[in-house]
Design a protein around this ligand. Sequence first.
Ligand code: SF4
Length: 449
Amino acid sequence: MQRPSTKSYFLKTFGCQMNVYDSERMTESLTRDGYSETAEIADADLVILNTCHIREKAAEKVYSDLGRIRDMKDARKRDGKDTVIAVTGCVAQAEGREITTRQPAVDLVIGPQSYHRLPELIARVGNTRERIVETEFPGDEKFDRMSAPRRVVSPSAFLTVQEGCDKFCTFCVVPYTRGAEFSRPLAKIENEARELIAAGARELVLLGQNVNAYHGEGHSGRSIGLAELIRRLADIDGLERIRYTTSHPRDMDDDLIAAHGEVPQLMPFLHLPIQSGSDRMLAAMNRKHKTGEYIDIIDRIRSARPDIALSSDFIVGFPGETADEAEDTLKLVAAVGFAQAYSFKYSPRPGTPASSLGDQVPDEVKSERLQRLQALLEDQQTEFNQRSLGATVPVLFERKGRQPGEFVGRTPHLQLVHAVADGDIVGRTMGVTVTEARRASLSGVIASA
Ligand code: SF4
């Protein structure tokens, strides 16, 4: 039961969808504890920074935010008001006690595996004024104990099914900040899915740092894979769409590929990071797959689901990357054809093996390579969207747009669509005839419910 609202919190989320999901769960448990959200940080009794460690200097940016928040805490103190400052997420996990040492105004440091303890730890800070650092990895406890009922803020809801990663790509902090792979049992995921659908979700995005490494306990007690999990979720009434992210090529098994051809609710979209078109670079990144294997997966998934739209991640200028190897990435992109993609210049993340490699690529070279790659990817995205011109596509509307009467939704291929409607169509799937196609979005006219 929700307690009467007496205190307010301000929560800022950085980074990936996993952090967005974790912030939603923290919000739910704070609401149950009688907190209400405020958009004004100066009004907040509790300030939470849910941090991301993926970018270089991420921790430094957190410390500079914390300096400003400390000033606000001091000002509130002069007015006789207490403020609790909490740092959560991957910077919390990576830096631990260093955070309270460098910024003593911080009361709580909580790693991603301990969010279920948030209300208890806030109460302890209030009672004892001690500074608490909680960055253990207690396994599956977190999900079991974050038992507040799920709220839905969009018809497309995140559902974490897996956390952590055992792959240890040499550029990535995730195995250090999120720990080893852990999969939630099917029964618990089904329960959460039913709650989300009852609360208005029409689409579930299954989340995991390595989501297709999912190996949770099924109803019979034996372990099941992601394909089986998707089939079970597809049986739930009211669930129109299923997506999953982020996948690793190594874990793209035959059953999951087959599911793309068999499960109508599984949307024809796959985000499958490759990072580079050079086998030597992939080995240096410890990606555990080669370009030929990636192309083979793409061929097989296109056989199972010919209209699948593909997305990927690319790192440009990894240490030692030659001009020819950068060219190999362009060739791979040209050969595969992507509907969208994310591409970045390599930047060293502290604590990762690649950060101490010599032979760093000069920044201007990285910039030039990135520009060429992005130009090709943007052309492919524009061309992919233009193929929808004149077609009528099913769009699940997720929110209101900026213009009067405008709504924004997604096609099965994850394209963003703007359309105007008379009534409120958020949460409804409507046929939209596409009249305009831009690189990043479509516009259209509603044709049918
Ligand atoms: S598979 Fe993904 S999460 Fe795991 S180490 Fe590699 S990049 Fe990081």
